[in-house]
Design a protein around this ligand. Structure first.
Ligand code: COA
Length: 188
């Protein structure tokens, strides 16, 4: 799928052979000042991963993959990737990464990042529009994401994309007692 939108960029799914760009943008995201709130892994962990890791990651999120995940990017002039998000599929009856039961087939948006110079431009909303379109076409009943309580800008962006807090909280991996993140959801 490829959707042209105003603003001199194109929103599209990635291809498996684009793993070097997947790696570059992920490492850039992990250097964001808010990366410690935004992502579970650290730059130091990611930067030492072998090429095979990035190749598998790109293959898993690519168009024509197994349908369990899809990574979208905004591609700007010259082919530079300006932002990204990934929709993971969580099937009803399974257990999620935090050990909670998944009651309905749903999408889980992860890895949301937009380069600073493109923030506030509408690009984030366009990425979500593509991710949500894919989720609904895939038959998912709802889409969720997890956001840190202190990441106000991300919460603002998610509300603009139509998400609302579900009231559920998720314990932070490696966090102390009381450390938790917020679940936001968008029903179909
Ligand atoms: C999160 C991210 C993708 C959002 O994209 P963005 O383009 O910056 O988002 P937008 O500017 O479209 O929307 C943010 C909204 O929240 C508002 N906002 C900003 N700071 C805020 C705060 N502290 N509290 C509440 N709202 C805030 C903005 O004003 C804006 O709303 P408006 O357009 O009505 O003014 C981007 O900022 C980013 O990549 N951040 C670093 C990585 C990250 O945090 N990823 C999310 C992981 S959960």
């Amino acid at each position: 799928m490829s959707t042209s939108v105003p603003g001199d960029y194109v929103i599209r799914s990635i291809r498996a052979d684009e793993w070097p760009a997947v790696k570059e943008l992920r490492l850039r995201a992990l250097r964001d000042p808010l990366a410690h709130l935004a992502y579970l892994e650290t730059y130091d962990d990611a930067v030492v991963r072998p090429d095979s890791y990035w190749q598998e990651r790109a293959k898993g999120g690519a168009e024509g993959g197994d349908g369990r995940a899809r990574q979208f990017v905004a591609e700007g002039p010259g082919g530079l990737w300006l932002g990204t998000l990934t929709v993971l599929v969580e099937e009803a009856g399974t257990t999620d990464w935090a050990g909670f039961p998944v009651e309905r087939s749903q999408g889980h948006v992860v890895g949301v990042f937009v380069r600073p110079e493109w923030r506030g431009s509408g690009l984030t909303k366009a990425l979500f529009a593509a991710g949500l379109e894919w989720a609904w076409e895939s038959g998912l009943e709802r889409v969720r994401l997890i956001v840190h309580p202190d990441n106000g800008r991300a919460q603002g962006a998610y509300r603009k994309a139509g998400f609302v807090p579900s009231g559920r909280t998720v314990p932070l991996a490696g966090g102390g007692p009381g450390d938790h993140e917020l679940e936001f959801v968008l029903e179909r």
